[in-house]
Design a protein around this ligand. Structure first.
Ligand code: SIN
Length: 270
């Protein structure tokens, strides 16, 4: 779909994927970081089963799942929810504030606008590789603090509605923890280096104040999402996107007030 990342995977029915299909998809994911598989027909249990074929299913904390499918989150904005911020509406990788952030995310389109509601991904391999050798060396020595606070989950019983239909919860104090991750990570499958800062969750560099960290972090956030590192998907019902949070940022574009958008999200453990 674009030089930096993204490929369409054609001709698959993932309801009952063969071991060969899983191998082909895993290989293509290593090459392209995000795959788009059109015209699928996945119930939540079938999506969970597919997720389990690609890794270990991760039940993510601090967000309300479907009541009868605890491994599946509904990413939903109703047609009458106007002028609100949406889940995933700022560049991020999923849940980088966890000790072991998710590796893959699978997002399956149930109902999507005819126009708008696209998602962008940005290759953090490309972002890292475009930096000067001096900056690469510097960043290779740094770790950064990641927290879930920006989502308002701080406080003993905080429950925050991102939209009416996506509810972040916190029922355990671990949500307030600061977690350190390297600023440059080594991908365990490809062996490539990727930038790993997150405009939503990265607060500061280890051993530095927020003020000291801000200028370089802001530079990296801007750099990480340069247009030439990105690809863009227009969803159609039945499209499944599978992406690798270890080498990508993504952004859901919130430009579809007046339309309903519902996707089912599952993740694999990192
Ligand atoms: C997400 O950030 O997981 C959701 C992305 C989207 O809704 O396109």
């Amino acid at each position: 779909m674009a030089p930096a990342c993204g490929a369409e995977a054609l001709g698959f029915d993932l309801r009952d994927a063969s071991p060969e299909t899983i191998e082909v998809l895993s290989g293509a994911l290593a090459d392209h970081a995000v795959l788009f598989v059109r015209d699928q027909h996945l119930t939540p249990p079938q999506q969970v089963a597919l997720t389990a074929r690609l890794g270990t299913v991760l039940r993510v904390p601090y967000i309300r799942a479907l009541s009868d499918h605890p491994d599946v989150i509904a990413v939903l904005k109703e047609a009458d929810e106007r002028n609100i911020s949406t889940f995933g509406g700022t560049w991020h990788s999923d849940f980088s504030f966890l000790d072991e952030p998710p590796s893959l995310t699978l997002l399956y389109a149930v109902e999507v606008p005819d126009v708008g509601g696209d998602t962008l991904w940005s290759s953090q391999y490309a972002a890292y590789e475009a930096l000067s050798p001096g900056m690469q060396r510097l960043l290779g020595t740094l770790r950064a603090v990641q927290t879930a606070w920006p989502h308002g989950t701080r406080g003993p019983d905080a429950t925050v509605a991102v939209s009416r239909s996506v509810v972040m919860t916190r029922n355990d104090p671990s949500a307030d923890r600061e977690v350190l991750h390297p600023v440059v990570r080594l991908h365990p499958v490809t062996g490539r280096k990727a930038l790993f800062v997150n405009p939503v969750y990265t607060q500061r560099f280890e051993g530095m104040t927020t003020e000291e960290s801000r200028p370089l972090l802001q530079y990296l956030f801007d750099h990480a999402t340069r247009a030439e590192f990105t690809c863009r998907l227009h969803w159609t019902p039945g499209t499944l996107a599978i992406w690798d949070n270890r080498c990508l940022l993504h952004l859901a574009i919130n430009d579809y007030d007046g339309s309903r958008r519902l996707l089912h999200r599952t993740t694999t453990a990192g």
